[in-house]
Design a protein around this ligand. Structure first.
Ligand code: ADP
Length: 266
């Protein structure tokens, strides 16, 4: 696959945005979107202006995670241009490919169609001034993902993986893609998700269902920071489904773990 050099005009796509952070995973289902949602809300809780683009064309889950499934973003005229108005939830400006297409149809999209749709959500939306623009990328190292990271001046990437060997192998591919000299996006660090299981009634016990500290070792090996270790907790799953990201819960250990992770990204 030949990688092309980033196009020079792309910095103009998001002129009011200070930092763009891509949240990626090699494998699907490892908690990439959960981590992206909690990072966005965590940064917002720290007082930053945050935008979030759900670019996971094949499984957009942000409308559900932010409890705005029924939103229908509209366009408004700004200086003679029609711009899509992002949906606001928990202080975050958010757009998802899921608002515009039936997910069953999106899986049939060709790469070019998905890329064009994403480019519109980035360049033809009224994102305004933001400190952080979080990009929930499609899993893997697809053409769509590659185009995204080459189209946008990304500040850094957060890679999410579980400690399982198959997930680690794919995470390594993701890291290599970002570190490729033609892409050259810094890796901010790794997040070990589903690091262990702690039953609610035995809060001190840790069961390493997917193996112990595989992501921590990968981070050491690749000389990148480990930004957080998040256990498997029923409330993370339930709060994802309910549209109330875990990090809103100041009293929970996992809420605090997501908050600590957000602080490390700043
Ligand atoms: P991905 O974006 O990598 O496909 P998701 O963030 O959609 O993954 O997570 C997949 C599923 O696992 C979701 O149902 C989510 O709620 C759940 N999940 C993610 N992380 C955790 C966790 N640490 N503990 C419990 N459930 C989790």
């Amino acid at each position: 696959k030949t990688l092309q050099a980033p196009r020079p005009e792309v910095g103009q796509l998001l002129p009011g945005v200070k930092n763009i952070i891509a949240v990626s995973s090699g494998k699907g289902g490892v908690g990439k979107s959960t981590v992206a949602a909690n990072l966005a809300v965590g940064l917002s809780k720290l007082g930053y202006k945050v935008g979030l683009l759900d670019a996971d064309v094949f499984g957009p889950s942000m409308p559900k995670m932010f409890h705005v499934e029924d939103a229908h973003p509209y366009a408004e005229s700004v200086d003679g241009r029609d711009l899509i108005v992002p949906v606001e939830s928990y202080g975050i400006k958010m757009l998802s490919i899921g608002f515009f297409v039936d997910p069953d149809q999106a899986t049939l999209w060709r790469g070019a169609m998905a890329c064009n749709a994403l480019k519109q959500l980035i360049g033809d939306a009224n994102w305004g001034d933001l400190d952080y623009f979080i990009l929930d990328t499609p899993p893997g190292t697809s053409d769509i993902h590659l185009t995204l990271v080459q189209t946008l001046p990304i500040t850094g990437a957060v890679i999410v993986s579980t400690p399982q060997k198959v997930a680690l192998a794919d995470a390594r591919k993701g890291i290599n893609m970002y570190q490729n000299e033609k892409v050259n996006v810094p890796i901010l660090g790794l997040v070990e998700n589903m690091a262990w299981f702690t039953p609610a009634e035995l809060p001190q016990n840790k069961y390493y269902l997917f193996g112990k500290e595989g992501v921590k070792r990968l981070a050491e090996e690749m000389h990148v920071p480990l930004l957080g270790q998040i256990p498997i907790v029923q409330s993370i799953c339930e709060n994802g489904d309910n549209g109330t990201p875990e990090v809103l819960n100041d009293g929970s250990q996992t809420g605090q773990a997501f908050m600590a992770f957000a602080r490390r990204v700043v």
